[in-house]
Design a protein around this ligand. Structure first.
Ligand code: AGP
Length: 605
């Protein structure tokens, strides 16, 4: 996610803004910039790469005495991470500057209209469209505040923005819609930022802006308005007690927990701009044919996303799927035929095995799609088409929100190809999209309770030395993921199995010392997994059965989560597994965010 900070006060503003951006670096970024007002003009400085590049550029410029400025670190969601796409962006007449976090869904249409009016654009960003829309309304005779409000009402999607006008020295305008923005109230100075750490050294008094609010702030004054009618809004000031580390984790104990709870937003963001009415739009894939056979290639958690997606891609898009571990795919002598295609899933976009597998596919003429979270990453750059999961940086080594964002993107790809092939009926497509659209609110409602249940079970099972995870159909890849999470976080040996495999050997291991986590939602395979549970319990094996409310499963421990259609139930089962392994690891006192022996991105073989 991008980072924003703006300052109006008595200090030299640019050093304050740079310090604030440094405190937002943990959010991940690939370019940065600042804007300031001085002698009736707006000035900007931007640089791709890390903050040092921006600081070097500023050091070569004349002294900056401005006391009002704003800054931005960009995490590219679309548009390459190069200087021209870095923020701030100026309006064509250089009268306004803006920084933005979020996605304006309808920016293409707005840009076309402005181009017809003679506006020119120098970047691929939606942000540059927004600032010129404000500029157009100022030129039409509106004051800056109503012009800002009018433009924002036309922008559909998510935004947290700050804006400066050359005609209003010392005044910052800011607004938020579905992206965080916080006002920091100082003494003779005021701050606006994406996150508290940015201004924590200077003030702990904050106003959490709400969606649809605008704030107008100067060194000694501020007002908060409702966007609709520009009526004054209540703006309760709160006192922050967090230290710096806690603030970066948004008050959560670990980044992993924060990222688990970010999943509702991640799913919402993953759909933004990709669903128009009852159609999925993935322009990144329009230039490629619909494959007859699809190779899905990845490692670790990303591999599990691919295994899960096969259960959607085959019925929804009528595409035969092979899902392979990248380190095997890259060395296997395989037969690849016509109309085959490959998707390479990688959160980091830098996993060596997955990158090598992509290069192998391309070398034999198989079109390669990169499904990544990092814009500008090697896999994204070398793929024939890149799709981004827009999950924001994942700090914790254990992948959590990355998986749910990958699952969402793969579900949208299945619907997209299904509608292109005509294998998905319109009513079925509408139903699937409605199910996906309901997920963020459902997760928001249930995650806190799920965490409580996870904690209870974690304390009961944390001393186990071995664990089985079993599931069938969609739940088999989730069982594999649950086992991986427990292994990498708690260092307890865990194995994921397809429930039907138990009889073919593994059941010999069952006894009172080997608990099993059984995924048993009420789907078509429920009776089969229920039998597995009975077989295990009959051999003194303890079972944690993840079920839906009202289930008649009898197990040592039962954990009920709301029932969902099998195709999307995984979006609720996955966080339950993540929370269980998190709570076990935390209970054992392990380093949750940096487990031993592990790296966030395995860039070597
Ligand atoms: C999962 O929690 C691990 N962090 C690991 O298995 C990871 O999923 C794997 O290394 C693949 O990484 P990638 O998605 O960045 O390619």
């Amino acid at each position: 996610m991008c980072g924003i900070i703006a300052y109006a006060g008595h200090r030299p503003a640019v050093p304050v803004v740079l310090e604030g951006l440094r405190r937002l670096e943990y959010r991940g970024y690939d370019s940065a910039g600042v804007a300031w007002q001085m002698r009736g003009q707006l000035h900007i400085a931007r640089a791709s790469g890390k903050l040092q590049s921006l600081e070097d550029k500023l050091a070569s410029m004349p002294a900056i005495t401005a006391t009002c400025a704003m800054g931005h670190t960009r995490w590219a969601t679309h548009g390459a991470p190069v200087e021209r796409n870095a923020h701030p962006h100026l309006s064509n007449d250089s009268g306004l500057a803006i920084v933005h976090n979020g996605i304006i869904e309808n920016y293409r249409e707005l840009r076309e209209n402005l181009e017809k009016m003679g506006y020119r654009f120098y970047s691929e960003t939606d942000t540059e469209v927004l600032i010129n829309l404000v500029s157009e309304y100022v030129k039409s005779g509106l004051d800056v505040l109503p012009a800002f409000a009018k433009a924002l009402k036309q922008a559909h999607g998510a935004y947290a923005v700050c804006m400066l006008s050359k005609d209003e020295p010392g005044v910052i305008y800011a607004a938020r819609m579905s992206a965080p923005l916080i006002f920091g109230k100082g003494v003779g100075e005021n701050f606006i930022a994406s996150d508290i750490p940015a201004f924590l050294p200077w003030t702990r008094e904050v106003v959490f802006l709400e969606d649809g609010q605008i704030v107008c702030a100067s060194a000694n004054e501020y007002s908060v308005y409702e966007l609709d009618r520009l009526s004054l809004a209540a703006a309760p000031v709160r006192k922050i007690q967090w230290d710096m580390q806690a603030a970066q984790k948004d008050g959560f104990k670990h980044f992993m927990l924060k990222e688990i709870f970010e999943q509702p937003r991640v799913i919402r963001d993953g759909m933004t701009g990709r669903v128009q009415g009852e159609k999925v739009v993935l322009p990144e894939l329009d230039k490629l044919p619909v494959p007859e056979r699809l190779h899905i290639v990845a490692c670790g958690t990303s591999y599990h996303s691919g295994l899960w997606a096969r259960y959607l891609l085959e019925p929804w898009a009528g595409i035969a799927c092979d899902v392979e571990i990248a380190s095997e795919f890259r060395y296997r002598d395989m037969v690849l035929g016509e109309r085959e295609m490959a998707v390479f899933i990688s959160q980091s976009g830098e996993t060596a095995d997955t990158l090598a597998a992509l290069r192998k596919a391309k070398a034999v003429g198989v079109p390669a799609i990169g499904l990544c979270n990092v814009v500008g990453s090697s896999i994204a750059r070398e793929a024939d088409a890149a799709l981004f999961t827009q999950a924001g940086p994942e700090i914790s080594v254990a992948s959590t929100k990355a998986m749910s964002s990958q699952m969402l993107a793969l579900a949208l790809m299945a619907i997209y190809w299904g509608q292109r092939k005509g294998s998905l009926k319109a009513d079925a497509e509408a139903a699937l999209l409605a199910q996906l659209a309901d997920l963020p609110a459902l997760l928001d409602d249930n995650l806190p309770e799920m965490r409580k249940r996870a904690k209870e079970l974690a304390q009961k099972y944390a001393q186990a030395r071995n664990f089985f995870y079993i599931g069938r159909g969609f739940c088999w890849p989730l069982a594999l993921e649950g086992a991986l999470k427990l292994k990498e976080l708690s260092y307890i040996h865990a194995e994921g199995y397809a429930g039907g495999e138990l009889k073919h050997g593994p059941i010999a291991l069952i006894d009172a010392s080997l608990p099993t986590f059984a995924l048993a939602p009420e789907d078509a395979l429920f009776p089969k997994i229920k039998s597995n549970i009975e077989e295990i319990e009959a051999r003194a094996g303890r079972v944690i059965a993840l079920v839906n409310p009202g289930s008649d499963v009898s197990a040592t421990d039962v954990w009920a989560v709301p029932a969902l259609p099998a195709s999307v139930a995984g979006f609720l089962i996955l966080p339950a597994l993540q929370l269980f392994s998190y709570e076990v690891a935390d209970y054992l006192g392990n380093d949750v965010d940096q487990p031993r022996n592990l790296a966030k991105s395995v860039t070597v073989e």
